[in-house]
Design a protein around this ligand. Structure first.
Ligand SMILES: NC(=O)C1=CN([C@@H]2O[C@H](COP(=O)(O)OP(=O)(O)OC[C@H]3O[C@@H](n4cnc5c(N)ncnc54)[C@H](O)[C@@H]3O)[C@@H](O)[C@H]2O)C=CC1
Ligand SMILES: O=C(O)C(=O)Cc1ccc(O)cc1
Length: 360
């Protein structure tokens, strides 16, 4: 295939699988003025996605796509990518699947594999289907681009443009290395979250009333629709099993340390955890900036949250993250504002001066 200079993703883009990911990509591309064609086996999802403005359902009369984005569940990726390469002999084909080596194995023997370049955005919500699709889903998020040995420069270039148009941050990975990376950063964390959350379901009556932000943080991702994970985990079994083996040894060490009250070994486990959290890159891949939480009691009246955020804005402090919980002490909410450590004093002083009950 001839090399295509950069800056030439003009569409049409065909999206196969108009669920959460497909419809969100469609919305992002429509916002940039590209023609988007939608295909889905499920007529309800197709109707919802096109109704939201993510693109136009295919009829068979439309022009050939320049780029096909396959966004179907993991079990079907390989076959649907091959079908797209065959159906659209001039198009570049990518997919957004969570695991790259399996689909590539299906595609690799295909004569037109040079037109295929895998990819994987690290963004989602806890819901599947197009209803919660949003054009901003990918903004500032990492999006892996996983060319294989025979991917053409032109195919890779077009996928890079797709990623740039959605506002995501492109990161190049070899497909196998990508799978090892997401086993560590996404798949095993999800399974660990499910294991911890699973112990909550059988808790004796009353115990869960002591739930605080900690348990919510650790179990949040376990609450996502399990359907997709039932396909992701088997698709990345080798990389996941390797990490689970290491965690099993860590658990043995931890259990022994607790049994023998070995504080040094326990400290080692906890220190490793601290080192791990600090190793996660900061926003947009930048350096990690130390963060701290400021907790604010918000009375249970309409408009109070809005007033709080106006006051934070006027204090000139950027909120990096925010969580809202019931206040265990009084009626109302407790808002946790995560800000840079260096901004905590300014924020606390400004909020107290405006009458907010604040603690750290
Ligand atoms: N949900 C997430 O958080 C993320 C998902 N992914 C990957 O993106 C892909 C799509 O995931 P979601 O959008 O969440 O799933 P989804 O379930 O919301 O959407 C999948 C869509 O594909 C359609 N479909 C299934 N088989 C099809 C076929 N053969 N031809 C045409 N349409 C077909 C379904 O009807 C559905 O509308 C998956 O491979 C997943 O691994 C990647 C990053 C994040
Ligand atoms: O795990 C995360 O960090 C998410 O944001 C959600 C998610 C789920 C599955 C993926 O393949 C990619 C991202």
């Amino acid at each position: 295939m001839p090399e295509r200079p950069a800056g030439q993703l003009t569409g049409p883009v065909r999206i196969v699988g108009a669920g959460l990911l497909g419809a969100s990509i469609g919305l992002a591309l429509r916002a940039r003025g590209l023609d988007v064609q939608l295909e889905d086996l499920n007529p309800d999802n197709l109707r919802t996605a096109s109704g939201l403005g993510a693109g136009v359902p295919v009829t068979g009369d439309e022009p050939e796509p320049q780029l096909v984005v396959v966004a179907v569940p993991p079990d079907h990726l390989g076959d649907v990518i091959v079908a797209a390469l065959e159906a659209h002999p001039a198009a570049v084909v990518t997919d957004v699947g969570s695991v790259k080596s399996g689909p590539l194995a299906t595609v690799a023997s295909h004569v037109a594999a040079d037109r295929y370049c895998g990819s994987h955005p690290m963004a989602g919500t806890q819901h599947s289907g197009p209803l919660t699709a949003t054009p901003t889903l990918f903004e500032g998020r990492p999006w892996a681009i996983t060319p294989h040995t025979s991917t053409s420069g032109a195919a890779r270039g077009l996928v890079e443009e797709l990623v740039a148009l959605t506002g995501a941050m492109p990161l190049a990975f070899d497909p196998d290395d990508h799978d090892r990376a997401v086993a560590r950063t996404s798949h095993v964390p999800h399974l660990m979250s499910a294991l911890v959350a699973g112990r909550l379901a059988e808790a004796p009556e009353g115990h869960l009333s002591l739930s605080g932000p900690g348990v919510r943080d650790v179990t949040r991702v376990a609450g996502t629709d399990p359907g997709m994970w039932l396909q992701i985990v088997p698709a990345n079994a080798p990389a996941i099993l390797e990490l689970l083996g290491q965690i099993r040894s860590d658990l043995d060490l931890l259990e022994a340390a607790i049994r023998s009250d070995d504080r040094e070994a326990l400290e080692g486990v906890l220190a490793n955890g601290v080192a791990g959290t600090r190793a996660i890159p900061g926003k947009h891949g930048g350096p990690v900036r130390p963060m701290a939480s400021v907790f604010v009691h918000v009375p249970d009246h309409p408009g109070e949250l809005a007033r709080l955020f106006v006051d934070v804005g006027e204090a000139g402090v950027n909120v990096e993250d925010v969580r809202i919980d019931h206040d265990p002490a009084r009626a109302g909410g407790q808002v946790e504002l995560v800000v840079e450590v260096a901004r905590v004093e300014v924020l606390v002083a400004a909020l107290e001066a405006r009458g907010w009950a604040v603690h750290q």
